[in-house]
Design a protein around this ligand. Structure first.
Ligand SMILES: *Cc1c(COP(=O)(O)O)cnc(C)c1O
Length: 374
């Protein structure tokens, strides 16, 4: 199989039609209002609340600061139980709040935090659970809610991957005390850079707005030591321009995922996460596969290298585990993390974005299939 002429990356940002975006820029030029809760920001916030059917949302300039502020606004301290199988920012948000991360294992079907391991890790210092809807797979929502209620813990979701996901007809943002969505350029829905908090308690809205704007309440009063995490008008415009395309984006991703499944299913040693229950509306934000080296005849890293030689840039999301990064190696981990370690060693995220052609998918699958025959 010949290499691709152009690099195929794991993702490629969706852009709205150029002319549509330029019309929006004209509005910004006319307004001369570039940031600080501008008119497009206000409109975009309302549209998102409608889209998600969640009353309380707050926008930020990125997901990491949104999560940091979310934890701060909820007053989380001490220890928080979290997953090592995520993007590193999940744990960084704890660290920046001087919270100790307690890493526990994931379950093997969807790679989300294992509720039984969460329960085993609770100590008198535990104040919250920070779970991740990794790849857009919903966590075990009922079990986590039950544990949080019984132990009086806050339940926080890193929903960075989960925009557009629904469970039983409800937006994934409706669960827990707080959910953070990332609108980074590489995510399914983006605002160039951006982030959002969704929360059931309307009283938190003011707190988050103070925290993202230096703590200002009005012109001459600062009520808390906030930071600068405001979304600007260009970001809001990008989001507003992409939002109407979401149904088409999600449909295209579904078609691509179906094609991958159809073509890769036949290859010995290539496995997928478990099928999601029919109650879940998925967003196909990533295309993770597990490579069983014995069955496949090649290690995950060798397949990764083979794809690279063909100009296909798959990514080892999520490897290494967060607790194995130099900056977190000093954190004591009591859970042996057997599932997380196994998955980190064999997972590979294949290219997935709305305008990836089915021909390209077929070629990626063909290269992969050649790997199994080497
Ligand atoms: C992307 C991502 C973040 C960080 O979001 P940014 O908007 O890039 O700051 C946090 N958690 C997870 C799981 C992510 O994938």
């Amino acid at each position: 199989m010949e290499a691709f002429g152009e690099p195929i990356h794991v993702t490629r940002p969706f852009l709205p039609p150029y002319d549509q975006f330029c019309d929006g820029l004209k509005e910004i030029w006319d307004n001369r209002w570039l940031t600080n809760n501008g008119p497009i920001h206000q409109r975009f916030e309302r549209r998102l609340a409608e889209y998600l059917r969640c009353a309380n949302v707050a926008l930020f300039n990125n997901g990491t600061l949104a999560l940091q502020i979310g934890l701060q606004g909820l007053g989380i301290s001490g220890e928080v139980i979290t997953t090592p199988f995520s993007f590193v920012a999940t744990t960084h948000a704890l660290y920046w709040n001087r919270i100790r991360p307690v890493f526990v294992d994931i379950e093997p079907d969807y790679y989300t935090i294992d509720p039984s391991r969460v329960e085993a890790a609770i100590t008198p210092w535990t104040t919250a659970i920070l779970a991740v809807h990794v790849y857009g797979h919903p966590c075990d929502l009922d079990s986590l809610a039950d544990i949080a209620r019984r132990h009086e813990l806050k339940l926080i979701y890193d929903a960075a991957h989960a925009f557009g996901v629904e469970v039983d007809g409800r937006s994934i943002g409706e669960f827990g005390d707080l959910s953070m969505f990332s609108f980074h350029a590489t995510k399914t829905f983006h605002t160039l850079e951006g982030g959002m908090l969704v929360f059931p308690d309307p009283a938190l809205k003011n707190t988050f707005e103070y925290l993202r704007n230096f703590g200002f309440q009005g012109e001459i009063e600062v009520v808390m030591p906030g930071t600068n995490a405001k979304m600007n008008e260009i970001q809001a415009l990008m989001g507003e321009s992409i939002l109407p395309h979401m149904p088409a984006i999600l449909a295209a991703r579904r078609t691509i995922a179906d094609r991958y499944w159809e073509r890769l299913r036949e290859i010995p040693g290539i496995h997928f996460p478990a099928q999601l229950p029919p109650t879940v509306e998925h967003n196909f934000s990533y295309m993770p596969i597990e490579v069983d080296a014995t069955e496949f005849g090649m290690e995950r890293d060798d397949l990764y290298g083979l794809l690279r030689r063909h100009n296909v840039f798959a990514r080892r999301y999520f490897y290494p585990l967060i607790c194995d990064y130099a900056c977190y190696r000093g954190v004591r981990v009591n859970d042996p993390l057997p599932v997380a370690r196994r998955v980190a060693g064999c997972i590979l995220a294949l290219p997935m974005y709305a305008d990836l052609s089915l021909e390209a998918v077929d070629r990626i699958c063909e290269i992969t299939s050649e790997g199994s025959r080497i």
